[in-house]
Design a protein around this ligand. Sequence first.
Ligand code: NAD
Length: 361
Amino acid sequence: MEKTFLVTGGAGFIGSAVIRELIHNSTHRVINVDKLTYAGNLQSLITIDKDERYSFIHQDICDYQAMSSVLAQYKPDIIMHLAAESHVDRSIDGPGVFIQTNIIGTYTLLEVVRSYYSSLNSTDPEKAKNFRFHHISTDEVYGDLNNNEDMFTESTPYSPSSPYSASKAGSDHLVRAWQRTYGLPTLITNCSNNYGPYHFPEKLIPLTILNALAGKPLPVYGNGRQIRDWLYVEDHAKALIKVAQEGAVNETYNVGGHNEKQNIEVVLTLCDLLDELVPTVENNAVLVKSYRDLIVYVDDRPGHDLRYAIDASKIERELGWSPDETFETGLRKTVQWYLDNKSWWQAVLDGSYQCERLGVL
Ligand code: NAD
């Protein structure tokens, strides 16, 4: 049956992948609520934004009245909550906005949804029975692992290290409390590092690709031995939609790609792919033989987590989800996407993507 999905943060990296997937591969209706911070980019939705099943609402999730009106107007069957501040380095430089959006914003949304769900229970019990609030979170809430420790499972105790992961951990706790105290039907997913098309070029993979193409240094934190578990963003989007529709109510699912890689391995693989696909680059007018020559080691991030590794066996076993891409196929697709979509990232680099934001104000 056709449903109305309300996606918060749908102009971001993962939210836009979820919306593209829903519009391209289902008949559901999608309402995208996004504040359009620096990370929100409506150009990431250009392939679906004319579809009559899609609507965009420029709104801050921290605004109780406005969010109540949105829910009253669109009456969603499923809410997928992705709106967040998401970059660890920015959380170290300025944690305030992370507390505001990730904790206060999630709290505000939970209160709006609590009231909406209660009115649904009296006006449309059938719809209330199937309603779900799906909170999208990160594996970073679990802290980090040393090289010999077992992977994170859904029952690993929380131990966040950065203002970002602490604010996400706080939001996860709020969601569980609203489920337990008020009976809100919730789902939580905790996912590992994503990569893929439309990724804002402050994150490791797009930053490395774009710096390399410009012949600029490729910065690697510390000794580059930190391990992340990488998942192609479209695989994550499919997992999220599956959980939202088929997940057991009030459960948590870890999502990951079984791709543990050291940061330096990721950068070296990108250099090798670029050497193959775009063989020459000028670096200050000197011809660089390999993009590997552009790698520079920079001071490590304070409190940098050593290793993340996700045990995704629950979602695989219970919901039959597994990623389509291996790290090798996903990374090759990603590099090719950046080569083919210069206008998207050039608008991000020169700031003109934010003109779109002015257009909707
Ligand atoms: P992103 O930074 O690319 O996008 C966030 C979106 O939220 C942007 O469009 C932004 O405009 C919007 N937003 C921010 N504050 C808002 C507010 N107050 N009201 C409404 N909209 C607001 O983030 P992402 O990488 O797409 O991550 C989405 C979610 O997935 C986040 O909750 C993040 O914690 C989680 N997550 C991300 C990763 C990853 O690797 N990127 C991994 C696991 C989980």
